[in-house]
Unconditional design. Sequence first.
Lengths: 187, 164
Amino acid sequence: MADKGLEIDLDGVSKAEPEVAAEEAKSFENAALIGNAKLRENGQFVNIVRMSATAAPEGQPLILIVEDDPGTSAVIEAVLKKREYATRIAANLNEIKRALSTRPVPNLILLDVMLPDANGFAVLERLRRHPEYAKIPVVMLTSLSEPADVAKGLALGATGYMSKPARPQALLQLIGTALGMEAGGGA
Amino acid sequence: VLREVVDDAEHAATGAVPGERAVGEKPAAMAHATSGDEPGAANGLMDWSRLDELAEYDTPERTVVRGAVASHAEQGPACLDEIRRSIGGRDVTQLRAAAHKLKGAASNLGAVALAGCASRIEAAAKNGDVDAVEPLLGNLVVALEASLRDLRRYADAAAPQDGA
């Protein structure tokens, strides 16, 4: 059943990328350079400052996959299910709202950047303003991995980045690290 | 034809700048674009290791990969139509989105040459240069049709056989 406290306002979110103040992006310059290098080397990285500071989730962690290509989301879901993660999939703004409207709240969100009706960074910005979702690890799924792109994501509150196509081992390592279930992969 | 497509895609992947070539539509050449090799044979169009690495996470009948191929077979040509419409309407936003979508679906299945072609179109659209896209369209068509043919053969070979 839908939970009012989980409702997220995504009105006005569009395909336009949100602006980030130059000074703010600059403060993530070094982290972005390290992140960019790790993305090229491993296909994933987690910002060390945002690695889970809390205990690893008990039971079966729930991952929300926000991805509009059904073939890509099916592959990611298959990889996660093989490792006993529970999953939900959303392909657009309405589906994101629906996926976030019921408990349990996802333990981690994989968020595509170019959605059919939204920019993933704009969705991230809204997630970070919501009390329930402000601290949930959000990993950007994207082929936009230049240092400037990475700095922007970090400034907006991204926990990490995953290059497309997601390599299974890199994906599992990233999720384990972001959820505080295993060490490594931090930047 | 395929060599040209693969070379172009490799240039796109490495960021090198290839010589400008005007490549028109070549549907007739497609009859020669696939060789009838065994499914999974190396031909520069596909990175088969991508599908191999997904096998561990799939069913023995490759349900996930076959589903992804079916989805790509439906959506790939739709993306191509969208790219053509966007060029006609000089809509760089829609053009970029359609090329990006095609690139993502292709790279998910190891269709590296197609992903490279789509990536070049996406980059041109990002720069607002619709005129630069038209010469790239021919290679995109070749790569899409050839990779879909290879992927379908791969999926058919993985599917449960009747009576099995």
